[in-house]
Design a protein around this ligand. Structure first.
Ligand SMILES: [Zn+2]
Length: 390
């Protein structure tokens, strides 16, 4: 019974250190992939287990000390995913673990820190959909440092006689473990090419660039990505040229838009968000360098009905009430993506990092879709109804 249990991370986005601790009861002990810079650099893991008897309960013992998701995802085919029950902290041999228990229903099962999203999702689910739209383009943004193609999309107005007034740049996954960020952008891209009236109206006014996975190497290799050496894909955007070919291409794409006075909206999608609402990370309004940026931010937040992320808001969860969290900003450093865009693009540019809320019971594909559509509709209202001041 259960004598031939094996584990593997040898597949796209498989990661972490995993071993079979015992076969009766079936026990897997594991730790996340570690970029070597503290808690938030030790988050991602994704592995398969084979040789369990269907109906048997498996124990998953996560070595604490990094990011811990209260519930984790399981799948029997890497397509349909479900959430396990919440795990619990246990001290084993003097060491703290977070232990999940799950009754398996097939002899092979995959587990992951959060709902996986890889280049396969782009290639099989998104690219075919975008290709159906004759006004949209599939782009290869660049080759990564490890020669992986980075696929992005450009959406154009769906009527030939319209030239776009606004430029919108949407990207996700500067931090590889933040798979929920790609899911929200994936669902937003699907909504943008849908026939929904608000999506069509937005597209007829805007040139929209979508990059679903910035750190394609980190994601493919099953790494955490955040705080990797020499720096991660969200930080040090002020460095010229960037260490990362993706970041260089993104910066030149935004510069091109800015030269046409069309760097209107930039959103960098991140997780983890914790057990909370989605929220933007941004500089204090008074620290924004341009008056138009302050006015536009206020008008965009009003379209979105966004609220400050205060202590009361942190106690609740949703996928559709977007919040914002203002942080001090040293504008001499130009460190993170949204800070660089705010300072270097146009006087009217809106630039945000958003924390999509991973790790909640609502953080499923449906939940990520509802978050995406909330954002899409607000972006449409903001531009189409003329709130954006150039
Ligand atoms: Zn992040």
């Amino acid at each position: 019974m259960g004598k031939n249990i094996s584990v593997s991370t040898d597949f796209l986005s498989g990661g972490g250190h995993v071993k079979v601790q015992a076969s009766a009861p079936a026990t897997i002990r594991f730790s996340p992939h570690d970029e070597g810079d503290g808690e938030w650099s030790r988050v991602w893991w994704h592995f398969s287990v084979e040789g369990i008897n269907p109906g048997e309960e498996i124990r998953l013992e996560l070595d604490k000390g990094g990011g811990v998701s209260p519930q984790v995802f399981f799948s029997y085919d890497q397509k349909v995913w479900g959430l396990t029950d919440e795990g619990e902290t246990e001290t084993i041999e003097g060491k703290e673990f977070f232990v999940y228990k799950h009754t398996v229903k097939a002899s092979r099962v995959w587990f992951a820190y959060d709902l996986p999203y890889t280049s396969e999702h782009i290639d099989t689910l998104l690219t075919p959909l975008i290709k159906k739209d004759k006004f949209a383009e599939v782009l290869t943004l660049c080759s990564s440092r490890k020669n992986r193609p980075n696929t992005g999309f450009r959406l154009n107005p769906s009527q030939r006689n319209l030239s776009p007034k606004y430029g919108i740049w949407l990207q996700a996954r500067a931090h590889a473990f933040e798979s929920g960020a790609s899911w929200v952008l994936h669902e937003l891209a699907k909504w943008l090419v849908s026939g929904e009236a608000e999506a069509v109206a937005l597209r007829n006014n805007a040139l929209i660039t979508v990059v679903p996975i910035v750190d394609i190497d980190g994601v493919s290799e099953g790494r955490t990505g955040k705080y990797q050496k020499p720096h991660d894909h969200w930080m040090k955007w002020g460095d010229e040229p960037s260490y990362w070919p993706e970041v260089d291409k993104i910066k030149s794409g935004i510069r091109e838009l800015a030269q046409k006075d069309m760097a209107d909206l930039f959103i960098d999608f991140h997780g983890p968000g914790g057990k909370s609402h989605p929220y933007f990370i941004l500089p204090f309004e008074s620290e924004l360098p341009f008056v138009k940026q302050r006015n536009n931010r206020a008008k965009f937040f009003s379209c979105l009905k966004a609220k400050p992320l205060d202590e009361q808001a942190r106690q609740r969860q949703s996928m559709t009430q977007i919040h914002y969290s203002e942080r001090p900003w040293d504008n001499t450093i130009l460190d993170s993506s949204h800070e660089w865009v705010t300072a270097k693009a146009n006087e009217h540019s809106l630039a945000f990092t958003i924390e999509v809320n991973m790790n909640t019971p609502l953080s499923t594909q449906d939940g990520y879709r509802s978050e995406a559509i909330t954002l899409g509709k607000a972006i449409s209202t903001y531009f189409v109804d003329g709130y954006h001041e150039k």
